[in-house]
Design a protein. Structure first.
Length: 730
């Protein structure tokens, strides 16, 4: 019987809510990845056996439980009790204890020994197990070793039961209680009573707000210093999620006061203590978590080290001769590109920035072609696999993601390459630098030899990195490194409505729509916009232009939430584009779905933003196969599918570094929080062949006018100027 294919709810004929009690006689099926179980329960009063099903509730044979739920009639498996919530009770009867002992949970103990134990102690068996386990040695044939194993297993089981029971009294769900117990074991209650806010840092899936709720239910004083400390750190971490490296002191204290609903006067003493104990770093009016402060300072030192260090390049390279010669396999460079090439070869660190069609890729190709004529070790890298593959295809030289270049260790989540084990490169080109956050910059810089040249390439007008910092902008604005701004749009690129309009948008001008590759459909309300979007994705564009609606078309929206947010759009598009896909139990996915990796997985070598298609799911093993672009086939367990999200639609931020044949962008008044010029610009520049904007002219106009998005708090720019103590390079 394939129980793992059961879906909850069953859409059954419900027979009404009820509460039942009993002893688990048998675990018929259990999936440790999802917590889904099917078990046989012998009810106390009725003394009959029923089938119960549920999720995320740790069970063992012999466990006594009280379960609340519904009787349901499944069309295939018949009458079952669907558990909504449950409480675990310690086994109290000799029969329940017998079930536990004979379940096979203790190696070497089966029904025979279990029955001997019950017959030896009868009604005193519970007391012996709890208080005098050494008496188990009296049981015929049991022996000292088996007796010890039984005592240990019973004690562990009892500790878990008692812990779970206590956690339930604090309104902690069984699934959450199980996660907590897996981390702390029989020390769970001690850890929680000492500091429930540890959960936010040490248990995956629990954040500050969940830990705070648990603490309140446990009766913790709202002005407890551990709560205030956790609140301050939470506000700083939320700032990090918004891209800030630090927060200003006044804003930090005000936000913490609002979060905790406490006066600032009660927060300041704890805050001062954190500063004194160096758990926080205060630099003027800026407050950092030590990790980010140290990284910002280290980045400055590494940039100094490399910039002023000796060069690995041979002296007297014939740059001008190369530029004056004709190269049949290379495009002709304009004067801006020639200048950038000279600077890159003569300066240890330089920056190249420019919009679409201005020749950044052409410059990289020519630079690599020049360097390959000499014994110079070249490394090409980018934050995303797609950008790396693009560099490799254009230059003919191997390229990789930054993570792969640095050889990130799957176990530690940190790179193998560092100052003591540097990368093998005399010349390093980093593309799509706008996507590099200051943590990734740190890992990269510390692995770069002092003699290496670095060229940072990117479009500074795009959205900044998802992670904290504003690296490309800071490198440019510091004025200490030579910067080449590519402004001339090449003739072939100028014929593209996408590239022409990207530059118009960047200048704050309203885009010019056409009937070739840049379309606009006026919709003001979300309902009509959604209807239109579904029609053109599913029918209009595939029929008229021949694009595949799943592989070629990418829907983008500024926000995740709302009826025209990414989450709702994905569900709607999944129903339209993959309605026949076989559902994968206990996940939101179907075979054939377009999915995105939403966090870095170094072991599987898939990274945040990678897109693929679910090609298979094995019902027996629970394993799911995803084929990513480039042919990388990755296998996930059900638990690991939390790393995936539907990708028919994505936020503009998530689309950074990606290119799609067709982009459909929603720009509506409901998106007002993110109606910004760089959001519109980034979305448009993701398309290679066609852009369609669905929305209102007013929303587009607001985006064009909004150039001052929330400024990211970072001091890399200022620290570079101060550290270099030289006149800014122009």
């Amino acid at each position: 019987m394939d129980f793992d294919t059961i879906e909850i709810p069953f859409s059954p004929k419900e027979l009404g809510p009820e509460e039942i009690e009993g002893v688990v006689e048998e675990i018929v099926f259990e999936n440790p990845d999802t917590g889904f179980f099917v078990a046989k329960l012998r009810r106390h009063q009725e003394n009959n056996v029923v089938l119960i099903v549920g999720k995320s509730f740790p069970l063992s044979v012999g466990a006594s439980i009280k379960a609340y739920g519904n009787w349901v009639i499944h069309p295939r498996y018949g009458l079952q009790f669907q558990v909504i919530r449950a409480e675990m009770l310690l086994p109290s009867s000799a029969e329940a204890i017998y079930k536990f002992l004979s379940s096979g949970a203790i190696p070497g103990i089966g029904p025979g020994y279990a029955r001997r134990i019950i017959n030896t102690f009868r009604e005193d068996v519970l007391y012996v197990l709890n208080h005098e386990p050494e008496k188990l040695e009296r049981v015929s044939g049991l022996g000292k070793n088996r007796a010890r194993k039984i005592a240990e297993a019973w004690r562990e089981q009892r500790d878990q039961f008692e812990t779970m029971l206590t956690l339930q009294q604090y309104n902690i769900s069984p699934s959450l209680a199980n996660k907590i117990y897996k981390v702390y074991g029989n020390k769970t209650l001690i850890c929680l009573r000492e500091d429930p806010y540890k959960l936010a840092n040490e248990v995956q899936g629990i954040g500050f707000k969940t830990a705070d709720k648990i603490a309140k239910d446990m009766g913790l004083d709202l002005s407890n210093p551990s709560r205030i400390e956790a609140g301050i750190k939470y506000v700083l971490q939320e700032g990090e999620n918004d891209g800030h490296v630090f927060l200003y002191e006044e804003g930090l204290l005000n936000s913490t006061s609002t979060l905790l609903e406490l006066p600032i006067d009660s927060i300041v003493p704890v805050y001062q203590s954190l500063i004194e104990s160096q758990k926080l770093v205060r630099d003027g009016d800026a407050v950092y978590l030590p990790f980010h402060y140290n990284i910002e300072m280290e980045n400055v030192l590494h940039l100094q080290r490399i910039f002023f260090g000796a060069s690995a390049l041979p002296k007297g390279l014939p740059i001008d001769e190369f530029l004056s010669e004709s190269h049949p396999n290379l495009p002709q460079l304009n004067e801006e590109q020639r200048s950038a090439l000279r600077v890159a070869l003569n300066s240890k660190i330089s920056v190249v920035t420019g919009g679409p069609g201005t020749g950044k890729t052409t410059l990289i190709k020519t630079l690599v072609a020049f360097l390959r004529e000499y014994p110079i070790r070249i490394a090409l890298t980018a934050p995303t696999g797609r950008a790396g593959k693009q560099m490799e295809s254009v230059t003919g030289h191997p390229a990789s993601t930054i993570h792969r270049l640095l050889e990130f260790n799957p176990q530690t989540g940190k790179p193998m390459r560092d100052r003591d084990n540097p990368i093998c490169a005399d010349f390093l080109i980093v593309d799509e630098t706008s996507m590099v956050d200051h943590v990734l910059l740190y890992y990269l810089l510390r692995a770069v030899p002092t003699t290496t040249h670095i060229v940072f390439v990117g479009d500074v007008d795009q959205l900044p990195s998802v992670g904290p910092g504003n690296v490309l902008s800071d490198l440019i604005m510091s004025g200490v490194f030579p910067v080449t701004r590519l402004k001339e749009v090449f003739r072939q690129s100028a014929e593209s409505g996408i590239i022409t309009n990207a530059h118009r948008i960047n200048r704050g001008e309203f885009p010019e729509f056409n009937q070739k590759d840049f379309f606009f459909i006026r919709r003001v309300d979300s309902a009509s916009a959604l209807t239109t979007l579904l029609h053109i994705v599913v029918e209009r564009i595939p029929q008229r232009f021949g694009y595949d609606p799943i592989k070629d078309i990418q829907v983008l929206a500024p926000l995740r939430r709302g009826d025209v947010g990414v989450h709702h759009l994905n569900l709607q598009l999944q129903d339209r584009l993959n309605s026949e896909g076989v559902r994968i139990p206990h996940t939101p996915f179907r075979i054939g779905d377009k999915v995105m990796q939403i966090r870095n997985n170094y072991e599987k070598e898939v990274f945040n933003g990678d897109v693929g298609i679910i090609v298979d799911a094995d019902e027996d093993t629970g394993l799911i196969q995803v084929l990513f672009e480039g042919g990388n086939l990755v296998v996930y367990s059900l638990e690991q599918t939390e790393q995936l999200a539907l990708a028919y639609s994505a936020t503009v931020h998530k689309s950074q570094g990606c290119e799609y044949p067709v982009v459909i962008l929603l720009m509506l008044p409901q998106h007002y929080l993110l109606l910004q010029r760089n959001v519109l610009y980034t979305a448009v520049t993701r398309a290679k062949k066609m852009v369609t904007i669905i929305g209102s002219p007013n929303a587009i106009q607001k985006a064009l006018k909004t150039t001052q998005s929330v400024r990211r708090n970072t001091r890399l720019n200022d620290r570079l100027r101060s550290a270099f103590k030289i006149n800014p390079v122009t």
